[in-house]
Design a protein around this ligand. Sequence first.
Ligand SMILES: [Zn+2]
Length: 140
Amino acid sequence: MSRQRLRRSLGYLWAAPCSLPGLLLAALLLSCGGRAQWQQGVLEVALPPWRWLRRLPFAAITLGHVILGLDLATLAALRAHEQVHVRQFRRWGVLLLLAYPAASLWQWLRGRRPYWDNPFEVQARRLSGTPPEPRQPADE
Ligand SMILES: [Zn+2]
């Protein structure tokens, strides 16, 4: 086994505790009409076309090596961003499930925006070239 292949395999193993819940959700969504595709070593799952799902507070979410998105077009549009989160899961493993909300809480406690100022999101936007944060409301 080449070193690169070994490293890739270890990344899947290290992120597996996060990928497993993603796979369970994927199985549920697929049984309800969702669609799946394999892209760049990651299982991408488009949610079933139910209107109420459009009200979710996110367009896509990454759990280990599983990305759940509203539809295939959204998955394609956000692929580079979500792939950065996949790399974060490969690096942090299950610790990311603690580090991410802790980082959001820390931002909130500092009076900043829990999502937009979360360093994991900042890194994902920076490395993926996805659209920057929305306009700031005018300072009071
Ligand atoms: Zn993100």
